[in-house]
Design a protein around this ligand. Sequence first.
Ligand code: PEP
Ligand code: MN
Length: 354
Amino acid sequence: MIIVMKPDHQPEDLRRLINRLEDLGLKTHLSKGEHRTLVGAIGDEGLLQEVPLESLPGVEKVMPILKPYKLVSREFKPEDTVIDVQGQQIGGKEIQMMAGPCAVESREVLEEIARALVPYGVKFLRGGAFKPRTSPYSFQGLGEKALKFLAAVREQTGMLVVTELMDPRDAVLVAKYADIIQIGTRNMQNFRLLTEVGNIDKPVILKRGMSATIKELLMSAEYIMSEGNHRVILCERGIRTFETETRNTLDISAIPLLKQLTHLPVIVDPSHAVGRADLVAPVSRAAIAAGADGLMVEVHVRPEEAWSDGPQSLRPQVFGKMMTELQKVAEAVGRTLSIQEDSDSRGDRTVAAG
Ligand code: PEP
Ligand code: MN
């Protein structure tokens, strides 16, 4: 339910309305736009049948949210959500790059990769500690040891850590080390896990299930938000189609479509979408042109030695070249992309190294 306030409503009208809704057990969300103030009310709307909200002072009209997802929808919150992660904004004008290895392999290699990325202005280091592998015999990730390496490299470089959580039993552990918690494609509809991260005060990247519809992705985001965590970033990472030349098929239309349907930031993972390094740069350019707020890219100093996803990992120099191209695309669509190390992080590192 969306309640539109009259342009000349009084502060006490708003307070009275919100109190009334909350007394009925509904959750409210206030959205103050340039021209209009809206109050979103979520919960059992049947409770409102007897309450003539339209006759309350200051109320202009009451509109039902027709979509099955509520908190996530643009109707509920017309303005873009910008998520602050330790001072870095995701969903604003600046396009954010997240890069790093598929999996954390050792402290040395992680450090090497991170140090190669910092000069290109990358603020977020990705790396899996718990890996969702198709085969139980494949490398499953170093677990807490990897989380400690990520935290150590964060100390050294000032980069923020993005890492995947696969199991509700590891939620506290992962939240202790991560700046952003990633929910992978295979867990997009693990509702217990979604509920768990909904109760953690850390931003969440929710990756689209490889066979999930846009509506299902948004309903999964609703699970997280309905628990109280509103810092959700959606990630298109390719979907399964009949094509076998690429690992998945990047659904480029998902980006503008999600931007219409939701106020949440949308990022793209080109690496898992295509599964081959030579296609990562062109689809990344397309993703930014289509309106993505950021990219998450797999990078490795020696892809041929990577323990997982080597064929889709870029060498740092190739990544750097791509950044220069992406900056031009970003500017063409009215965005910014910083491709240089900022002096702050350099300062951090000097202190840490000293
Ligand atoms: C990943 O980003 O490490 C990953 C496993 O991706 P996805 O869940 O999209 O396959
Ligand atoms: Mn990977």
